[in-house]
Each structure stands twice: as structure tokens, then as C-alpha cells.
Design a protein around this ligand. Structure first.
Ligand code: ADP
Ligand code: MG
Length: 317
């Protein structure tokens, strides 16, 4: 199968397109008509086999995750997804692999409303780069730089699930029951929080998606905002599966420094917390700390005492 047949078969009409897409796959460029008066939000992420996902990851999960991590960035900005491009480097044109990859990609794209509008296909070690484009009203973007002293630091969903699943995978454990399958899906098929990102526009003052671990990602909000933060260790939201399966001594480390959760971390003035929670609908939004003047991120234990982030308990993460 040549490159063009491959593109036609698997990617030419992956999903329906929103009206902003004037021309999709097939010409030298795609054409977009930006929504009147809106700004475009643009983001790219690359996934490389063996680095960003284990080599044996199912192709459908790779397709899902390659798009999900980009939609997560749009969500963290409060942008509505419109379209994306796909730059695919493949060791060989394996039709079954491509069909499964495209199916996972479509499953992630469809609920977001984003259409595949073009890309590039080359031969080489497996790597996937997606560029996603969203739209939002001028001044509406949720920036990292907007956090104010006294804001509540809140996170959507639960933390640590993907890191626990990765740890189990690396230990050679095959998911054996519902809890382990659920954890593994949190790693392989993260749910981009675009509905929450959109709904939090005008309520949150700063936002980031948690891709590298809460400590590091909240640290980015703090440096961009010229502030610091205190986190309450006992407030970090845990899933039922995580509570049952994560060894107690490892929980805090997994939740604070484990990557791949793709939840949103947002800073909300206390007076807006109820509105922000309502805006997230059924998705839990949990206050886990607050923005303070002193730079850096500090942790407080259940008794309110400061815990050293670099203390022995967390160092191996
Ligand atoms: P060009 O040589 O002009 O860059 P290509 O031969 O690379 O064009 O691609 C032909 C068409 O197929 C273009 O519209 C391009 O955007 C699209 N395309 C190429 N690879 C992909 C892909 N992996 N997914 C979606 N569209 C693709
Ligand atoms: Mg090309």
C-alpha cells in the first residue's frame, strides 16, 4: 500500500468536521475559518515508542493517547477543540496496526468535536506528533500566570492512578481484576477534561493540566504567577482502585510526582469554589491547597505540619 492509499484508507474521513473546517485532508494545506472574533489556541505533543508509552502498548491506545494529551492542553487553556493534524512516523505500513490506531484516535476525537484535517506520513521508528487547534474568546484563556494569593488550588478527578498503573506494568503485572483494568485505562486512555476546561473559563484564574505530576505542574503555575503554594497531603483525591492497590507508603509520592494523570489543576478564588464545582458537573473538583506569597510548593500533613518535599520518603520518585 502506498502512502496515499494508506492516508485515504485510514485517515481521510476519520470523523465529521465542525463548520470551521473549510477543507480537510487531501490538498497541500487544510483550510480553517476561525470563529468570528475568536482566538485560536495551538498546541503540539509528540509520543515516542518506549519513551512516552511502553513498546507493547496496544495501537488503539496509542491513537487515543496521542490525541488525548493534546486535547488536555486545549482543556487547560479553556479552548474548544476544532481540529488536529497528525504527523506519523512508522517502521512499516502494517494495515491491522493502522486500522486499530485510527480506531483509537477516532474514539478520542469524536466526543471532542475535533476533526483530523491533515498531517504527514514518513518511515522510521514509531513516533506520533499531533498538533491540535482550538478556539476561545479573546481574554478568555486560562493562563498559568493568573493565580492570585489566597486562591484555592483545585484538581479535577483523582491523582496517582496512571503512575500506579505504570509501576505495576513495569513490575510485569498483567491487569487481573476490575480495579487493575480501570487503573490501566487511566494510563492508556486518559480522559481529556475539555468540558471542565471550557466551563471553568471565567471562574478559574489559572490552570494547567497535570501531565508530569502535581508538584511540578503546580510549580509552573507558581513561577508564572510569581507566587507559591501549600498543598494539604490528606486532601489529594484518590480513586477507590488506587486506595485499595497503592501501598500506603507510596501513595503520596505517586499522587504528587506521578505523571500521566491529565487532570486539570486550577486556581479558584474561594468565593467562586461552589460555582466552579457546579461548572464541572459530575466531575469532582477538589480543593487541595492554596496559593501563598512565598515562592515554592510546600506540603502540609494531616496535622498541618510542613513536610519536606525532598525528604527521604519521596526521593526515589
Ligand atoms: P505534501 O507532499 O504536499 O506535504 P503529503 O503527500 O504529505 O502532501 O500529504 C497528502 C495529504 O494527506 C495532505 O493533505 C496531508 O495533510 C494529508 N496527510 C498526510 N499524512 C497524513 C496523516 N498521517 N494523517 C492525516 N492526513 C495526512
Ligand atoms: Mg507532506
Amino acid at each position: 500500500m502506498d502512502e496515499f492509499a494508506l492516508i485515504r484508507r485510514h485517515f481521510a474521513a476519520l470523523t465529521g468536521a465542525p463548520r470551521e473546517v473549510v477543507l480537510g485532508v487531501g490538498d497541500d494545506c487544510a483550510l480553517l475559518q476561525p470563529p468570528p472574533g475568536e482566538q485560536l489556541a495551538v498546541t503540539s505533543d509528540t509520543l515516542i515508542a518506549g519513551r512516552h508509552f511502553p513498546d507493547q502498548t496496544a495501537p488503539a491506545d496509542i491513537g487515543w493517547k496521542a490525541l488525548a494529551v493534546n486535547l488536555s492542553d486545549l482543556a487547560a487553556m479553556g479552548a474548544r477543540p476544532l481540529a488536529f493534524t497528525l504527523a506519523l512516523t512508522l517502521p512499516q505500513a502494517d494495515d491491522a496496526w493502522l486500522a486499530a490506531f485510527a480506531q483509537g484516535l477516532r474514539a478520542c476525537a469524536e466526543p471532542s468535536g475535533a476533526a483530523l484535517i491533515g498531517g504527514d506520513t514518513t518511515r522510521g521508528p514509531l513516533s506520533i506528533t499531533i498538533t491540535a487547534i482550538g478556539a476561545l474568546p479573546p481574554g478568555g484563556a486560562l493562563l498559568r500566570a493568573g493565580a492570585g494569593i489566597g486562591d484555592l488550588v483545585c484538581v479535577t478527578g483523582t491523582l496517582g492512578d496512571a503512575a500506579l498503573a505504570l509501576q505495576q506494568w513495569q513490575a510485569g503485572r498483567v491487569p487481573a481484576d476490575d480495579a487493575e483494568h480501570w487503573l490501566r485505562a487511566r494510563l492508556d486512555r486518559p480522559t481529556p477534561r475539555h468540558a471542565a476546561g471550557l466551563a471553568l473559563r471565567g471562574l478559574a484564574r489559572a490552570a494547567i493540566d497535570v501531565s508530569d505530576g502535581l508538584l511540578g505542574d503546580l510549580g509552573h503555575i507558581c513561577s508564572a504567577s510569581g507566587a507559591g503554594a501549600e498543598l494539604d497531603l490528606s486532601a489529594l483525591p484518590m480513586s477507590e482502585a488506587f486506595r485499595r492497590r497503592a501501598p500506603a507508603a507510596q501513595r503520596a509520592g505517586l499522587q504528587l510526582t506521578g505523571g500521566d494523570d491529565y487532570e486539570l489543576c486550577v486556581c479558584v478564588p474561594p468565593a467562586r469554589l461552589d460555582d466552579a464545582r457546579r461548572a464541572c458537573g459530575p466531575l469532582p473538583l477538589t480543593p487541595v491547597g492554596r496559593i501563598v506569597a512565598e515562592a515554592g510548593v510546600r506540603l502540609r500533613d494531616a496535622h498541618g505540619a510542613i513536610v519536606e518535599v525532598s525528604s527521604h520518603a519521596y526521593r526515589h520518585f
